[in-house]
Design a protein around this ligand. Structure first.
Ligand code: AMP
Length: 415
């Protein structure tokens, strides 16, 4: 079912959102992006004349009640944003009465789903190596179904709007969908937008397509790099990965982050890019530092001739030009991972050059998708969020989607 075509009048909708928002030590929300992201779906239910049950996880309480991760802390900001006084169910698995009493236009927020181990469905207090593990897992899967069934019993309709957890097969993200027929389960508006954004860079690609992969390690990005190799025209590999490639080609990388066991993998990636006609863009120079700190002394050196005791922490000026050239003419752009240690103000230059080039290309009609944690933080740090086409709310979920994997949370509510 498509949410645009569904009328929630007289119905109770249970909506899985991602309200895993950062809180300060006083329990105040420090970044409400995720709450704002879910508003179109939540408001549609209310505007249609439905009743709303909201469920989410927060943090990693590992199946135990922990006040630090209580969603009671966000009742006020959610009430304020919805313009409705939100009621709170302090136990998500014992909310049947509160749900039954809910009237059209009313909102009930359930306590953190992950206070129950059934949400994630992993057995607790038993190691994978324990001979009894398989039995415990089987038992947990069965209680996970019961838990999902309980949540499902609160409502007539299930909406999944939590893209950030769509790569997990949890009770509230996937299993619950088994208890609704196809006409009564659907992705929310945010989920739809995320699916569309991924499709723009995987399905409906306009060339040239430039992907920029940065961050610290090759090993965590290899799945995506391999999947993108069949699709992109330009592949920029930057950040800490630079030095694994430089070393693999025989360079001296000093103290730079380098995965010694991935040197062959780096050479394989280079060979594959060549065979597929992909323009692989690697850094040529870097800003090297004499310590891992913002105040370190710096010098610009070739990435393959970093002096002993120094480490590359940002892309150099020549490299920034190479990156910009590969980005500015693109019609599709994907950016995941910074080009340097952007958390230090003195090492943001490479990432900023990328962000500037993306903004320019976007102004010229390119579709640009930014996602996967740190590049989003980067764009926000530069105050450039409104100069790109789409910023994904998903970290791991976005990366898995781009790897071409089917996400359980999306499959569960697919039409
Ligand atoms: P990831 O989570 O793999 O996307 O990595 C993001 C992290 O990579 C950020 O915290 C950056 O500070 C870090 N990073 C980027 N470039 C470098 C570099 N040259 N040396 C060390 N860390 C880096």
């Amino acid at each position: 079912m498509k949410i645009d075509n569904f009328n929630f009048a007289g119905k109770k909708a249970i909506v899985r959102v991602d309200f895993n928002v950062p809180l300060d030590e006083n329990g105040h929300v420090t970044d409400d992006t995720r709450i704002r992201g879910a508003l179109p779906t939540l408001k549609k239910v209310l505007a249609d004349g439905g009743a709303l049950i909201i469920m989410s996880h927060m943090g990693k309480p590992k199946g135990k009640v922990n006040p630090k991760f209580s969603l009671s802390q966000i009742v006020a900001p959610v009430s304020e944003k919805l313009g409705v006084e939100v009621k709170f169910a302090p136990d998500c698995a014992k909310a049947a009465e509160a749900a039954a009493a809910l009237k059209a236009g009313e909102v009930l927020l359930l306590e953190n789903l992950r206070f129950y181990p059934e949400e994630e469905g992993k057995p607790v207090g038993i190691e994978k190596t324990d001979p009894a593990y398989d039995e415990a897992k089987k038992a947990m899967k069965s209680s996970q179904k019961e838990f999902a069934k309980t949540l499902a019993s609160y409502a007539d309709v299930y909406v999944n709007d939590a893209f950030g957890t769509a790569h997990r097969k949890h009770a509230s993200t996937a299993v619950i969908a088994d208890y609704f027929d196809a006409d009564h389960k659907m992705p929310g508006f945010l989920m739809q937008k995320e699916i569309q954004a991924v499709d723009n860079v995987l399905g409906n690609i306009k060339h040239p397509f430039t992907a920029i992969m940065g961050g610290s390690k090759v090993s965590t990005k290899i799945g995506i790099i391999e999947n993108l190799m069949d699709k992109v025209d330009n592949l920029i590999l930057c950040g800490g990965m630079t030095y694994t490639f430089a070393k693999a080609m025989g360079g001296e990388v000093g103290l730079s982050i380098c995965e010694e066991d991935k040197l062959q993998l780096a050479l394989d990636i280079m060979a594959k890019a060549k065979a597929k006609g992909v323009n692989l863009v690697l850094g040529t120079d870097c800003v090297a530092a004499d310590s891992f700190s913002n105040d370190a002394n710096t010098q610009v050196v070739p990435v393959n001739a970093i002096p002993e005791g120094w480490e590359g922490l940002d892309a150099g000026p020549e490299t920034r030009k190479l990156f910009a050239a590969a980005i500015e003419g693109a019609k599709t752009i994907l950016w995941n991972g910074p080009a340097g240690v952007f958390e230090f103000d003195n090492f943001t230059g490479g990432s900023r050059a990328i962000a500037d080039a993306i903004a320019k290309a976007t102004a010229n009609g390119a579709f640009s998708l930014i996602g996967g944690g740190d590049s989003v933080a980067c764009i926000n740090k530069f105050g450039m969020a409104d100069q790109v086409s789409y910023i994904s709310t998903g970290g791991g979920a976005l990366l898995e989607a781009i790897e071409g994997k089917v996400l359980p949370g999306i499959a569960a509510v697919a039409e």
